[in-house]
Design a binder for this molecule. Sequence first.
Ligand code: SAM
Ligand code: SF4
Length: 326
Amino acid sequence: MRDNEGRVIDYLRISITDRCNLRCIYCMPEEGVKNICHEKILSYDEIARVCSVLARHGLKKIKITGGEPLVRKDAIVLIRKLKKISGITNVTITTNGVLLEQYYDDLIDAGIDAITVSLDTMKRDIYQKITRRDELERVLRGIEKAIREKKVRLKINCVCVTGIETQDILSLLNYAEHADVDIRFIEMMPIGLGKQFPFVSEEAIRKVIEEKYGKLTPYVKTRGNGPCKYYDVPGFIGKVGFISAVSHKFCDTCNRVRLTSDGFLKTCLQYDYGVYLKSLLEQKVSDGILWETMKTAIEQKPKAHHFDEEKIKSEDEIRGMSQIGG
Ligand code: SAM
Ligand code: SF4
């Protein structure tokens, strides 16, 4: 499938729940979180149906995300279902890692193709400050299990929130130095609570890494499904990557759409463009109608985000990242 800009859309990020066992300061408020009630959430059969219809029109890769995907009951059952859909080559998950040790074997058994863990710091006090929970030990145990078992590719995503030094982001690089783990730095995007935090650029992080480890060399081969630019670091086994939606806009090669847990097919991270599918799915409309509805929305995918513009537009997204899924 293609949008009106000619971009091939073959990647769907599904937020399977808006609930989370952490409260990251740039993603969710500390208190007063209103969860979407269970009846309004897409069932696993409904999610699988959307994916099957899209797969007939070119969907290849699926990311399971949230909220925290592993807090939704039987997330593994959904992964199994999605892996069976003809045309789907890749099902991956992004998790905060708190439940990774517990579910790692099940994820592998279900056929997960890669695991991304979000971890912003290795310092317990800063982790607590950022996530408002004391779960670092459990996350590290999950990561260590995944490194030991080496069953699928492992990536660690880090957002610089409180500062390069405060978070001691260089400590995260130890993983890439000694194991085949990619460490990726994601620029804070001005979405939801993320708007309140100072922006740390790719350049600033690269400078600190190069001062300690030497020159980063661009890795030119394809790696992963998305916009991450990877680099080799002298002596490292894994790569270092940057996802810099703000300083290095990549909208012209955007290959993705998103599905929120309440069934909104969302065509751009920044804007509230897309279509609600839940009622169509409940009415059990034909695959043809479902596809035509999704196709129209996908074709109208916005050309680009405008994170760099101060002015808030009426069509700007009001959902938070925990509802969108990153
Ligand atoms: N709970 C899971 C996790 O943390 O990996 C999955 C959902 S979380 C919303 C997905 C990713 O979005 C995380 O890596 C998180 O750091 C990132 N994220 C959240 N808010 C962000 C923002 N404003 N800018 C950039 N990344 C953000
Ligand atoms: Fe939860 Fe992930 Fe958002 Fe943190 S970033 S609050 S772990 S959804």
